[in-house]
Design a protein around this ligand. Structure first.
Ligand SMILES: [Zn+2]
Length: 493
């Protein structure tokens, strides 16, 4: 993949992702998902929920409202501090996000720099408007939350916000959820759903968008409590870029979790969650060498976090964050206690004391970024076949199996193929296709990432069997129709 635009073109051509309302020229930072994109996105979310919530005794789910009481955003600090700095060209009015512009021009991280720092860099390095070469006016702070009105417009309506993250209702509902699910520390609350950020310059296809979906966990512990799951990942290796290494301009190093802990490079909880999340990606077909973990520099840390590590991916446009693991300590619960006047403390039955749990990790992943990772990993031009083969993990493939009659003008073949299709579609997403040569039909399914194609031929009528063709190897084998569903089920695992 040379660049991300190639993937965007492919995604539109094959029905994965379109610019929103394209007939009206789209809207920057917003996308619509087509027939195969919605299936891939749903599979990503289902896999995430299965491995992060259903298969874990220590995590429970919830689904909070997108628009909520604005006091939530007051307490969380989003109204005062969820801002980016904006640069305006004095002459042509060109608007740029200051930190991104600096990072692109000079290759240095500028996220989280205050106005003074940005001003200094701009004047020292004599940065000018890339469009017309003029100077910039004072950097301006810009809040990224979308506002809306609740109630009929007029004196009774009130201002509200589209949520910029899913996290806050997991804090605001903390007491109810933890009591209802009868959770004992350490435990997590998980949520997936839409979030909205009025990005100054959306870019890189689905990477930086204004409407997106998050899959997020707030993980609570007793202050100082160690990670009891560390044994599961001790021998796992991460490609590590610590704050120290970045300052010394060193390359990332492959380090085992047990050494990261022994050398105190990382807290046990960060190490556990970063390894767990990287394993989630590689378990669904992504290559380990395309991931690294990077510690935030002191100036780029968010207003709430005391230490943050990102899981980064090697995108065609550079190493970028796909997931953050932030240590928020007791910041959020304390803020909501202060602002609501409610007691959100957790009763520790072991000691008989009330405590404020700490959020030790907040593994937060954008669905669209995961979508990009899996598409980039899968996308491959096959010279021999002269088509794209999308090598998606069968669990993620939008269509699990396609069913073809060898020819479309023989009713006995068509009838049997339709019967097989009807039976399979009760179990998996399937596609029936009788148009064009078998070769064309294989090629179309290769491009959609369909792992298995089933062809009903003349022998099928006599012997009640079919050929099953495997996407990645193009190997074919004959299989009895009675065992077909079970065989596909096994191969999806
Ligand atoms: Zn200009």
């Amino acid at each position: 993949m040379k660049n991300i635009d190639e993937l965007a073109v492919f995604c539109k051509r094959k029905g994965f992702v379109y610019p929103t309302a394209e007939i009206y020229g789209g809207l920057s930072g917003f996308y619509d998902f087509g027939p195969y994109g919605v299936e891939l996105k749903n599979s990503i979310k289902a896999e995430w929920w299965r491995t992060h919530v259903l298969q874990r005794a220590d995590i429970t789910g919830m689904d909070g409202s997108i628009i909520t009481n604005p006091q939530v955003w007051e307490a969380s600090g989003h109204i005062s501090s969820f801002t980016d700095l904006l640069l305006d060209c004095k002459k042509c009015g060109n608007r740029l996000r200051a930190d991104q512009f600096i990072e692109e021009k000079l290759g240095i991280k500028a996220e989280g720099q205050p106005v003074q720092g940005i001003k200094q860099i701009i004047s020292e390095k004599r940065l000018k408007c890339p469009k017309c070469g003029s100077g910039f006016s004072e950097p301006k702070s810009f809040n990224l939350m979308f506002t809306t009105m609740v109630g009929p417009v007029g004196e009774n309506s009130s201002i509200a916000y589209l949520r910029p993250e899913t996290a806050q209702l997991m804090f605001a509902c903390f007491k109810l959820v933890s009591e209802n699910a009868r959770l004992k520390l350490p435990f997590g609350i998980a949520q997936t759903g839409k979030a909205f950020r009025n990005e100054i310059s959306p870019r890189d296809f689905l990477f930086r968008v204004r409407e997106f979906e998050q899959m997020e966990i707030e993980y609570f512990i007793k202050p100082g409590q160690d990670c009891p799951f560390l044994g599961e990942v001790m021998n796992h290796t991460l490609n590590v870029l610590s704050r120290e290494m970045q300052k010394k301009k060193q390359e990332p190093k492959k380090i085992k979790i047990k050494d990261l802990i022994a050398k105190e490079i990382m807290l046990s909880w960060h190490a556990y969650w970063l390894a767990f999340e990287q394993k989630w990606f590689t378990g669904l077909g992504a290559k380990k060498e395309n991931f690294r973990v990077r510690q935030h520099l002191s100036e780029e840390k968010s207003h709430y976090a005391s230490d943050t590590w990102d899981l980064e991916y090697n995108f065609p446009f550079g190493w970028k964050e796909i997931l953050g693991v932030a240590n928020r300590a007791d910041f959020d619960l304390k803020q909501h206690m202060k602002n609501s006047g409610q007691d959100l403390a957790w009763f520790d039955q072991e000691t008989g004391k009330k405590i404020i749990p700490h959020v030790i990790a907040e593994p937060s992943l954008g669905v669209e970024r995961a979508f990009l990772v899996f598409m980039l990993e899968a996308y491959e031009y096959n010279k021999e076949r002269d088509n794209i083969v999308l090598k998606l993990h069968p669990k993620l493939a939008p269509i699990k199996a396609a069913v073809f009659p060898l020819v479309s003008n023989k009713p006995e073949l068509v009838n049997l193929a339709k019967k097989v299709y009807d039976d399979l579609k009760n179990e998996f997403s399937c596609f029936y296709d009788s148009a064009g040569s078998i070769g064309r039909r294989y090629a179309r399914q290769d491009e959609l990432g369909t792992p298995f194609c089933i062809t009903i031929d003349f022998d099928s009528i006599k012997s009640n069997d079919a050929t099953i063709r495997i996407r990645d190897s193009t190997k074919q084998e004959r299989i009895k129709l009675s065992g077909l569903k079970q065989k596909i089920k096994e191969m999806i695992q």
